[in-house]
Each structure stands twice: as C-alpha cells, then as structure tokens.
Design a binder for this molecule. Structure first.
Ligand SMILES: Cc1cc2nc3c(=O)[nH]c(=O)nc-3n(C[C@H](O)[C@H](O)[C@H](O)COP(=O)(O)OP(=O)(O)OC[C@H]3O[C@@H](n4cnc5c(N)ncnc54)[C@H](O)[C@@H]3O)c2cc1C
Length: 479
C-alpha cells in the first residue's frame, strides 16, 4: 500500500473536486484521483462541467449571442458595419476560460493540501483504491472513506456512431472550426437545444430530431409551449418531434440521416454535421471491481440514500453517478454534504428546491413543482403570472420575451413552484429557490420591496398576481 488517506475521492468533476476541497478544509488528509487529460494532453481537473460541459458551452452561448445581437443594434440607434465571426478566435477564447478555471482547481488543491493522483481509480475493497496511470503503472492506496464521483458520459446511438468528425457528441460540438451549413441535432433536450442555439446563431440551418412526441416534457406545460413557439417561429430552429433516427452514413463531405417521422414516413436528409445529444449515462462500471457489494440500479446509477451513502459502509457516491438531476450544482452540494458528514457534521441536502436552467435565449429556469405535477398529486394551488413585456427594464433592454409564473399552495399560500422563461431566468429563479427554502408565501414576496427598474420586478408582480394584486398587469382585478 503506497499511502493511506482519510478520504480518497475518485473523479474531480464538480462533485469530486468540491468534496475533496471541503474534506481538506475540515482537516482530513485527502487524495483525489482523476484521469482526464485536457486539450493540451496534460492532466486536468474540473470534470465534464469545466472541460467539456457547462463552462465551454456557456462561453460559446455568450459569444454566439453577442454575434446575433450585433445584428439588432439598429434598434438602439447603433449602427455596426461588416459584422463577421472568427470561429477559431471564438474557440480560443472558450479554451482560455476553460484553462483559467481548471487551473484554478489545481491551485485550490494545492492551497488546501489535496493530493492529485493522476490516473484511473478503481475501488478494490471497502478501504482500498487502485490507481493506474497512463503508462499502466499501478499503485494501491488505503482509504478510511471513499467518495465515488465518476460522473457521466454521453449515451451513444448505434445508428449514429460518433467519429468526432462528421458525427459528434456534445464534446465534439464544442470544437467545430467552421459553421456547418446544415446541422442535424439528434435529441431536442437541454444540451441539444443549447448547442443547436450556438450554431444557429452563427448561421447554421439547424434541424433538431426528437423521438418524443412532447417538447421538453418535464417542464411546466405553458413554459414548454412558449419555448417551442419562440425557438421555432422567432429563432428558426427546425424542431421536429416524434422523429426517430434509424440510420446515418458519414461520407467525405457530408452525412446522410434517415429517420421515421411522425406520420411513419421514412425520410432521408443530408447534413454537414450531426450532433448526437440523447442523454448521459453514469460512469459506474469501470470504477467498481468484482463484487464488493456496491449496489447499482437497472440504469447503472450507484444506489445511495439521502446522504449519498452506498450499500458499503464508508463508501459514498455523489453527482451524476447517482440518482437525481444531472446538474453541476446538485453534484457540488452533494460533495459538500458528504465531506461534512464524514467529518461528523449533520449536514443534509434539500433535494426539493434544486433549480434547473436551460441556457438558451430566452433562458428557461424552474424550481419546485409544475402545475402538471401538482394536479397529478391532487394538490390545490393558485397561479400568478407576469410578462416581461410589461417590465420597464426588459423594454429598455429590448428583451421582452417570456414571463414569470409562480405557483402557491391554495390553503397555506406557500410557494410550491416558480417557472421562468425570459432574459436572466437563471438568476431570477434563484431568488425563488431561496424564498422557497425559507418557506415564503406568495404574500411574503408580494410585500417585499424590489429594485426599480429591474427584471426581478416581474417576480414581484407574479407573486402579487397569485392573489390578483399585480399592479402593472392588465386583465386582473385588484382584490
Ligand atoms: C455540454 C454540456 C453542458 C452542460 N451544462 C450544464 C449547465 O449549464 N449547468 C449544469 O448544472 N450542468 C450542466 N451540465 C451537466 C454537468 O456537466 C454535470 O452534471 C456535472 O459535470 C456532474 O458532475 P460530476 O462531478 O458528477 O461528474 P463529471 O463532471 O462528469 O466528473 C467526473 C470526473 O470523474 C472522472 N472519472 C471517471 N471515472 C474515473 C476513474 N475511474 N478514475 C478517475 N477519474 C474518473 C472523469 O474523467 C471526470 O473528470 C452540462 C453537461 C454537458 C455535457
């Protein structure tokens, strides 16, 4: 055995690196095993999120949005000539941000005394982790506690094998060096819509083929309808529901895609590139060796309780590799919870109020229950809504699409859900997540003073509207 640690974390994505830093802050001797290499071929930290997920996708979403906005500046009385886009420069900027953030995790590890073990980790036994480096060199480490944080990988489709040239996954879609003329995105979920939006804003003709009949089915129904309308009618995303891809053929200059459409017809179309975005699967197989008693479910997620403890004492699992939404902020909080519980604290996580965001424009964000969920649970509720078109700040910014919707319990008035489609929805929804965590009622929010002019006034008005008190809304009587 090379060395024994209080905690060995396997995986340095948001779940793992955060768990490692928090455990070290609490005075434990910590190692974090990570095998990912960055684009420069050197070991990197930060996992999917920092390297090929949240951060690079948002960098491209922001750059492409600015390019798109530059074409609408006449509205503000600003004229710009010869707007053009330099994709390699855009990619270089994205890579710089990734390097800055992943470098920051290296520094945080150093500052907190976390040992970075470079290589692939496997749990050999309850208290033993094996690390294999790039050259095949094996080391074994003792671990009083193990945290499995191995994340997830893109689900592959046998009918559309990824070659990262013509047919790419979400990682390849962050690396195009020119704008594809015709782009097919298989899967109109969160990641497909974000990546499709990037390339559509830069000039691609984007077709999204979605096997489900319903668009974004887990969202509040009104939000998904509004989003579909905005994306298809205003932004030109060609979203085709109920379309199942049956074959693809990658050729020298293009790729053909066969699919069966909603009417059962077989259609063949030619694209320059295809992005496969049909979900992600947990990375649980490689890390578990033989039968050490760690239970997984039928989809491969490691089974854990509310405190992320597995079926083996002293072994925990956090982030995308366990149940719950595959979101970086959920992963990070699980990392903190487990580190603190190992240190003897009674930390718990409230899974009811985890916000979820789609970073399209407008953004889509929600927290808590949707109307559909409440109806199916026979819970009575009141709804308040307020459109951004009646918000002064949104008008000033020429960015008035969407609205805020707040759902409150009919008898207690406690807020049960908040759903927003509009500019800055990601930041606005957090206000409601905080309010819900503290058990706020719609009346509480209605009685607060909001800055003016600000987009958050739409949250205030939606809360007032729950009881028909919205001041700047036509069509509701003041009670
Ligand atoms: C394009 C894209 C955009 C996204 N955007 C968002 C967003 O805006 N907001 C959001 O909340 N979420 C977003 N996500 C999801 C988010 O990236 C994940 O939920 C998050 O990264 C999960 O964190 P994790 O630590 O559980 O796993 P990961 O980030 O996947 O990290 C796991 C790490 O473990 C390492 N690993 C795996 N097996 C081993 C092993 N055996 N030994 C050593 N190391 C191992 C992997 O190399 C990886 O670095 C996005 C994902 C993608 C793909």
């Amino acid at each position: 055995m090379s060395e024994t640690f209080d905690v060995v974390v396997i995986g340095a994505g948001p779940a793992g690196y955060v768990a490692a830093i928090r455990a070290a802050q609490l005075g434990m001797k910590v190692a974090c095993v990570e095998n990912m290499l960055g684009k420069n071929g050197k070991p990197t930290l930060g996992g999917t999120c920092l390297n090929v997920g949240c951060i690079p996708s948002k960098a491209l979403l922001d750059s492409s949005y600015l390019f798109h906005q530059a074409h609408t500046l006449q509205v503000h009385g600003v004229s710009v000539k010869d707007i053009s886009v330099d994709i390699p420069a855009m990619m270089a900027r994205k890579d710089k941000i990734v390097n800055q953030l992943t470098g920051g995790i290296h520094q945080l590890f150093k500052a907190n005394g976390v040992t970075h073990l470079v290589g692939k980790g496997r749990l050999l036994a309850q208290h033993q982790v094996e690390v294999t480096d790039e050259t095949g060199n094996l080391q074994r480490y003792g671990a009083r506690h193990v945290i499995i944080a191995t994340g997830s990988s893109p689900i592959t489709l046998s009918v559309a094998p990824v070659d990262q040239q013509r047919i790419v996954d979400s990682t390849g879609a962050l690396e195009f060096l020119e704008v594809p003329k015709r782009l097919c995105v298989i899967g109109a979920g969160v990641i497909g819509l974000e990546l499709g939006s990037v390339w559509a804003r830069l000039g691609s003709q984007v077709v999204l083929l979605e096997a489900l009949e319903k668009f974004l089915p887990t969202l509040d129904g009104q939000i998904s309808k509004e989003a579909f309308k905005l994306f298809t009618k205003q932004q030109g995303l060609d979203i085709r529901l109920n379309c199942r891809v049956t074959a693809t053929q990658s050729r020298q200059g293009d790729v053909t895609v066969d699919y069966i459409d909603g009417e059962g017809r077989t259609v063949t179309e030619v694209f320059d590139k295809v992005i496969v975005c049909v979900g992600r699967r947990p990375n649980s197989q490689d890390v578990l060796v033989g039968d050490i008693g760690i239970a997984t479910d039928e989809r491969g997620f490691i089974r854990v309780d509310d405190y992320c403890t597995t079926s083996v004492p002293g072994v925990y699992a956090v982030g995308d590799v366990v149940r719950g939404p595959m979101l970086a902020h959920k992963a990070m909080e699980e990392g903190v919870m487990v580190a603190e519980r190992i240190a003897g604290q009674a930390t718990a996580m409230n899974y009811r109020y985890i916000p979820a965001v789609i970073y399209t424009h407008p953004e889509i964000a929600g927290v808590g229950k949707t109307e559909e969920q409440l109806a199916s649970e026979n819970i009575e509720y009141n709804v308040g809504m307020f459109p951004f078109v009646a918000n002064g700040r949104a008008l000033a910014a020429n960015d008035t699409a969407g609205w805020v919707k707040i759902i409150a319990d009919k008898s207690s008035d406690c807020i049960l859900g908040a759903h927003i489609i509009g500019s800055s929805a990601a930041d606005l929804v957090q206000q409601m997540a905080i309010a819900m965590e503290f058990g706020a009622t719609a009346e509480d929010i209605g009685m607060m003073v909001f800055s003016h002019p600000a987009l958050s006034e739409a949250v205030h008005e939606a809360a007032l509207d729950v009881h028909g008190h919205a001041v700047h809304k036509v069509g509701r009587k003041r009670k």
